[in-house]
Ligand binder design. Structure first.
Ligand code: 5AD
Ligand code: SF4
Length: 479
């Protein structure tokens, strides 16, 4: 970061806490945007483009909240006065997509030299990527990371007063900065970070390197945030963490994830609780019991399998075997027979043989996942697996991938017919994108249901009779 710029901007600030300080920067930026808006005789616009997972979605809501406070009108259109790409680097194709979009933005900026372009998120936590951005993408104005999202106003202010690019990347998180503005995508549901980072070091995964060590937020701060959200009309929360099952590690008070859920159960006005992601190795009996006894925790668990072969799981450093995974599913279904189970699976991991892959298919058949996200292994620089040189043939991996998709399609197709005729609670989430007379909502098990209804019903939990199954979604009518 340009030190003189930082010093200069800091002299304007009188705040004591970090969040107050950031609010002051927001008002300083607002002064500048309002001057520019007057000069241009129009409001300034900002667009935040999100790649990747729900963590990034939530970070983008924070970025948007800050930008709105800075005086920008938010837009989905990349032809804006300020554009931020919140990036993902979990697989190589995420990086490729980013560079494609960035190239197009560079062309747009040629005709709009005042445009500000920012890049943040997981990709900017990789030194090589930052070097590439700095060298080959001179039109990028702001480069910041995953640990200082809350500092956007300060970084933007430095850029606006200095006129030069600001790169500000931290190697680890310094503090949780709460109570900053957020711009939620949905008025009635929200993600809530309960922990950041990951300590598991699965050998294929870059997350521990770009999101840092696991850090849990204090339960009272989480409860406070959720109370504020419910006061503001939220009925459903998605608790977010890379491995929510190890929530509480390192906190002063002795609290488990199940303990946190029990506290959240008491929050008035909160109707549904979801969470992701669970790691099979840390999923406790206490959690299963808490889920089974809860009125609010949804009937859904996302439990990444990654591979059905114990040999590959060991090489992935996952900390469980095929038998452990199947036993866990048995225990979960024993207490919650109707729960939907979804998963993540990687195909083509180094050393995966056809026999290993058949073990994965065996688990898919035995468990009958309601749905699964499937990925072809992508080598990530700096991870232990990047050194494994026994990658299966690409043709073979593609063949396995297609077979896996087919098996998953068959399994979920078989299961989804089961609900026809039942009346179930559905959170109405929006107008159907293909037919305006229908609303689209979600069952507790996370599946989509389309039903006739008017806009006023959005955000409410309704009783819907399921009339037809379409495999991955349903049709129904309100009763
Ligand atoms: N290659 C392919 N898939 C990966 N995932 C994480 N890292 C990789 C990788 N290098 C998948 C895992 C994880 C999901 C979020 O992304 O399945 O659960
Ligand atoms: Fe990556 Fe494994 Fe951590 Fe998930 S648990 S973020 S796959 S290292």
């Amino acid at each position: 970061m340009n030190k003189d710029t930082l010093k200069k901007s800091n002299t304007d600030i009188t705040a004591v806490s970090e969040s107050e300080k950031q609010r002051e920067f927001m008002s300083l930026v607002r002064g500048l945007t309002s001057d520019t808006a007057k000069r241009k005789d129009r409001d300034l616009t900002a667009c935040v483009v999100t790649f990747g997972c729900q963590m990034n979605e939530r970070d983008s809501e924070k970025l948007k909240g800050i930008l709105k406070e800075c005086g920008y009108n938010l837009t989905e259109n990349e032809d804006a006065d300020l554009v931020i790409f919140n990036t993902c680097t979990v697989r190589e194709n995420a990086n490729d997509r980013l560079y494609g979009r960035l190239g197009a933005l560079g062309k747009l900026k040629k005709d709009k030299p005042d445009m500000i372009v920012g890049i943040c998120g997981c990709m900017t936590q990789e030194a090589d990527e930052v070097e590439k951005l700095e060298k080959s993408y001179p039109f990028v104005d702001l480069i910041f990371g995953t640990f200082n999202v809350y500092k956007l106003a300060e970084i933007l202010y430095s850029r606006l007063v200095s006129g030069s690019r600001i790169t500000d990347i931290w190697q680890e998180s310094r503090e949780f900065v709460e109570l900053l503005p957020t711009e939620r995508k949905y008025p009635f549901k929200s993600g809530v970070n309960i922990m950041y980072g990951c300590d598991n070091f699965c050998t294929y995964c870059i997350v521990p390197y770009v999101r840092g060590r696991e850090k849990s937020r204090r339960p009272e701060d989480i409860v406070d945030e959720i109370k504020r959200l419910t006061d503001d009309g939220v009925v459903e929360v998605m608790l977010l963490g890379q491995n929510v099952n190890s929530y509480g590690k390192g906190l002063e008070e002795d609290i488990s994830f199940a303990g946190l859920l029990k506290e959240l159960e008491e929050v008035e006005g909160l109707k549904r609780i979801r969470f992701m992601t669970s790691h099979p190795k840390d999923l406790s009996d206490e959690l299963i019991e808490t889920m089974a006894a809860s009125e609010k925790i949804c009937d859904h668990i996302h439990l990444p399998l990654q591979s059905g072969s114990s040999r590959i799981l060991k090489r992935m450093n996952r900390g469980y075997t095929k038998a452990d995974y199947l036993e866990l599913i048995r225990k979960i279904r024993d207490k919650m027979p109707d729960i939907s189970v979804t998963t993540d699976i990687i195909v083509g991991f180094p050393g995966e043989t056809n026999e290993d892959f058949e073990e994965t298919i065996d688990v898919v058949r035995k468990v009958g996942f309601d749905s699964a996200y499937t990925f072809i292994y992508s080598k990530r620089r700096g991870t232990p697996a990047a050194k494994f040189d026994d990658l299966p043939e690409k043709q073979e991996t593609d063949k396995r991938f297609n077979k896996l998709l087919e098996e998953i399609r068959m399994a979920s197709g078989e299961k989804s017919g089961n609900l026809v005729g039942k009346t179930m609670e559905v959170l109405a989430e929006g107008v159907n994108t293909h037919n305006e007379s229908l609303l689209t909502g979600r069952l507790s098990n996370n599946m989509l249901v389309h039903f006739p209804g008017s806009k006023e019903r959005i955000g409410k939990i309704l009783k819907i009779k399921i009339t037809e199954s379409k495999g991955f979604y349903y049709f129904g009518t309100e009763v």
